[in-house]
Design a protein around this ligand. Structure first.
Ligand SMILES: *Cc1c(COP(=O)(O)O)cnc(C)c1O
Length: 229
């Protein structure tokens, strides 16, 4: 697809996503364009269509895609890059100057590593809204303490993030989303990042302020990053 066609396609698909958000009753819900396994061109198209930020999952891919940010004299990107994948502490150092918001902070070791390598970084605490293994996320009951620890370590805690269940259909996510939104309010945070392509309506109904959308914007994801480099 050439650049103009990609721009047109992403803009049309974003309009559909915004309409889905509006029909679900969403006001001021931002769309994080999830560009994992897609090219940098997709990031730019999302930006031109009006997305303020893109979301990435894999440290190696972030370095490959955005390393030019680090070249002397490089112009700053006009959009933010958010890290939304499971993050190993040993990857933080190489990400430090490439990521604007870490959305998947779910444990103390990550808080300490971030406070060392990216002092003052903006973060969301990832809450596990259900006990589904392998997705990361801090157990709900431990979230307030982790928020406190992150603040004490000098990180700027902007809100909470959660990933709904992959099985059971969109409604399976509702109860967990409700719990996470209630916690955002109780902790007086601003951002509640929840909802993806398949469950955005439920997330918006339950009070999401940011949905993270990949396939609805860009189509089916390539299976491997190798095909987009
Ligand atoms: C991949 C991913 C998304 C986007 O998923 P889609 O179903 O393509 O919209 C959102 N959030 C996280 C944490 C992801 O890993």
């Amino acid at each position: 697809m050439n650049a103009a066609a990609l721009d047109r396609s992403v803009a049309e698909r974003l309009a559909v996503v915004r309409e889905r958000i509006a029909r679900a009753g969403g006001v001021d819900v931002s769309v994080l364009a999830v560009t994992k396994l897609f090219s940098i061109d997709h990031c730019w198209s999302a930006h031109r269509a009006g997305c303020a930020a893109v979301g990435e999952n894999y440290a190696q891919e972030v370095v490959a895609k955005f390393a030019s940010r680090l070249e002397p004299g490089a112009a700053p990107l006009p959009f933010e890059v958010h890290f939304i994948g499971q993050l190993q502490t040993n990857k933080v150092r190489q990400l430090a100057s490439l990521i604007d918001v870490y959305e998947s902070v779910d444990r103390l070791s990550l808080v300490s590593e971030l406070s060392k390598r990216a002092p003052g970084a903006a973060v969301l605490i990832q809450a596990a809204c259900l006990h589904e293994p392998g997705k990361g996320g801090c157990p709900i009951e431990d979230v307030p303490a982790l928020v406190d620890a992150a603040r004490t370590a000098g990180l700027a805690v902007r809100g909470l993030m959660t990933v709904g269940p992959t099985t059971g259909g969109p409604d399976a996510a509702r109860a967990g989303f409700r719990v996470v939104r209630a916690l955002v309010d109780a902790l007086e945070l601003d951002i509640c990042s929840m909802g993806m392509t398949d469950d955005l309506e439920v997330a918006v109904q339950e009070g999401s302020t940011q949905v993270r959308i990949g396939s609805a914007l860009f189509g089916e994801r390539p299976v491997s990053a190798a095909s987009v480099r």
